[in-house]
Design a protein around this ligand. Sequence first.
Ligand SMILES: Cc1ncc(COP(=O)(O)O)c(C=O)c1O
Length: 437
Amino acid sequence: MSDINSLPLRDARAVVHGLTNLSLHAQRGASVIQSGKGVWVQDIHGRDYIEGMSGLWCIALGYGNERLANAAHKQMLELAYYPLTNHKSHQPVIALAERLLSMAPAPMSKIWFASTGSEAIDCAARLCWYYWNAVGQPEKKKFMSHLLAYHGNTIAAASLTGASYAHDKFNLPLPGFIHLTTPHFTKNGQAGETEEAFCDRLIANIEQRILAEGAHTIAAFFVEPVMAAGGIIVPPAAYYDKLQRLLKKYDILLVCDEVVTAFGRTGEMFGSTTMKLQPDLLVCAKALSSAYIPISALMISPQVYEPIARQSGELGMFGLTMTYSGHPVASAVALETLNIYEELNIVEHVRQVGPCLVNGLKQLESHPKVKEVRGIGLLAGVELTANHGRECAKLVEEEGLIVRAICDTIAFCPPLIISEAEIQELLARFTKALNRL
Ligand SMILES: Cc1ncc(COP(=O)(O)O)c(C=O)c1O
């Protein structure tokens, strides 16, 4: 590796980077990360950083976990691949599906596997259509989601995403995707409005929109229990209760996107439990394998699955298939990940150390550059005064901490295994950067 310092520029020419200014990237090249251990990563120049974002909200067990590497190694030698088509199966996927069903936060009867969160979200949308066709309501085709929601970047997932960067110049969203007000009380509440009145107003607006579109045309509402990439937004406690009643009233399916929140992040195994959601379909990914290998899962409730199965019997086949659905190596790694969460009692750990992160950041609310601090479990956002996000993230990185600027909100989503001492170190580094801002 004699020419290691030329790697960033070589990389700048060869790889297309998401959420990156591609013109700027061609000039500055990439920061190349070489290795990781626990919550720490090291770049090619030997600089250490705390990985305050778990990569992209995903490396929940931190870096260098030998058990996960061994699970992959063993399964690759035993049975590296087998498809699930035409009644075939293998033990890792059977065990993983049963394990996930036993953990589900609402009654679920089947699991569809894919490789990424976006794919599973697209599959959820397709299953909603398939379901409504099966029960004789083929006009139910439209989807609702929130402005600023992030549901992924395949075509349906990007259409559900309520952010212009996923749409502009990409010819998205597709028709039939409806975005509603973000349930962010401190930002979208009106002067003098209580939290309860705010929720009532938003729900009344959604009801109006449902009636304007025709309830017989709305297939499903997609929600993130806690909105992550939209800037760490925790909806008011009453909001989802009222929303669920509305969806029941108009016979609209609820899909919970737990790609970030599943497996302990919010202080419960699932964000649906934290936010008292009872989804018809639930998507998880990321922490399912602690990001050691791509795998995502779509949980399907019995009331949705039964008509799907019946219709596929009538058609002679269920026409959804993906080469890597339920990949044995990914399934084995996911199973081992779930074993480790159980052994570490990861949910209890998050409940113990989460307040250290969120309360530590809340102490910065009096800082002149800080507007608001939000968070739950090991997920937090520090909203800065206008136009400071990018500059702050850069200074934070200079202090040896990797965070993400979402507009003016600095997001924190450290590996779930982070210790209290490491959180103190993270807070010290962030405070130092904030004081330099
Ligand atoms: C809530 C949510 N849903 C879906 C996705 C898409 O997952 P993926 O990037 O694995 O396709 C993400 C990715 O960050 C996400 O945060």
